[in-house]
Design a binder for this molecule. Structure first.
Ligand code: DGL
Length: 282
């Protein structure tokens, strides 16, 4: 299928975390239309296997392509870490000439370029840490940079669950940050798109001297370059639209999403993804 500049940019995550990436896109590329999918029925992705994440990523991308996406942003670290390569191969093998942009490379590049001491921390879900994707990306960018990785099994579910600002959350954040303080890192990659939503709490725990890095701005730049390279930037001059799909309850996605995006989520529809997930060769 031929792509045209009027088609939407698609963005997906397991839940509302990818809205932190969508927000950067809405600011950096305001004339584009966006279609966001939150796979809330299968949240959290952070304790899924690499094979499950590869299957989910293909299934969601198929849906987004059927909805007319001209580019797909995997706004989820767990899915990007496990499935970006698989997704690129799958699309190429099926004749889709479409760019897929993940979140691991943009965050790593910013962190490695910004670190003065060469000691970087990573907070991420267990699936992302287990994949080793950030270790590989950091090593490729600079073999002499040390990466201290901390799996945070509870943080994304706390945020997706509505994020109560209570002592338990503060204790959880403090526990995850302790190894990074001990390792004396000067830069911390927020390796889950949910985490920028708790940046104030993380910054207080880690201290002013630590720079928090997330993928949003880098992803927006990559999307712009990819669209420009294929002459697919939307030429209109007024603001584009944005709409949402989720795989579980629409009302709670709308409530939570509005709170986190701090913009209205007018059009949210439920989508049932194909139950007959094909087996993917990896
Ligand atoms: N927001 C997702 C990420 O960036 C994962 C959260 C989850 O589903 O566990 O990894």
């Amino acid at each position: 299928m031929r792509r045209s500049s009027e088609q939407p940019v698609a963005v997906f995550d397991s839940g509302v975390g990818g809205l932190t990436v969508l927000h950067e896109l809405l600011v950096s590329l305001p004339t584009e239309d966006y279609l966001y999918l939150g796979d809330t029925a299968r949240f959290p992705y952070g304790d899924r296997t690499q094979e499950e994440l590869q299957q989910f990523a293909i299934e969601i991308t198929d849906h987004l392509l059927a909805e007319g996406a001209k580019l797909v942003v995997v706004a989820c670290n767990a899915a990007s870490s496990a499935a970006l390569g698989t997704l690129e191969r799958y699309l190429a093998e099926n004749g889709h000439q479409i760019d897929v942009i993940g979140v691991v490379a943009p965050a790593t590049q910013l962190a490695v370029a910004g670190s003065r001491t060469g000691r970087i921390g990573l907070l991420a879900t267990p699936a992302t840490v287990a994949s080793g994707a950030y270790e590989r990306a950091v090593r490729a960018a600079d073999a002499h940079v040390h990466l201290e990785s901390v799996p945070c099994p509870d943080l994304a579910p706390i945020i997706q669950g509505g994020f109560p600002f209570d002592g338990h959350v503060v204790d959880t954040v403090r526990e995850y940050c302790a190894p990074l303080r001990a390792a004396e890192v000067d830069t911390v990659i927020l390796g889950c798109t949910h985490y920028p939503l708790v940046a104030p709490m993380l910054q207080r725990t880690l201290g002013r001297g630590v720079t928090l890095v997330s993928s949003g701005t880098g992803v927006a730049r990559s999307v712009e370059r990819a669209l420009a390279a294929h002459h697919l930037l939307n030429p209109r001059t007024d603001e584009g639209s944005y709409r949402f799909r989720c795989t579980a309850d629409v009302a709670s996605f709308k409530t939570l999403g509005t709170r986190f995006l701090q913009m209205p989520l007018d059009e949210v529809t439920h989508v049932e993804l194909a139950p007959d997930v094909r087996k993917v060769a990896v």
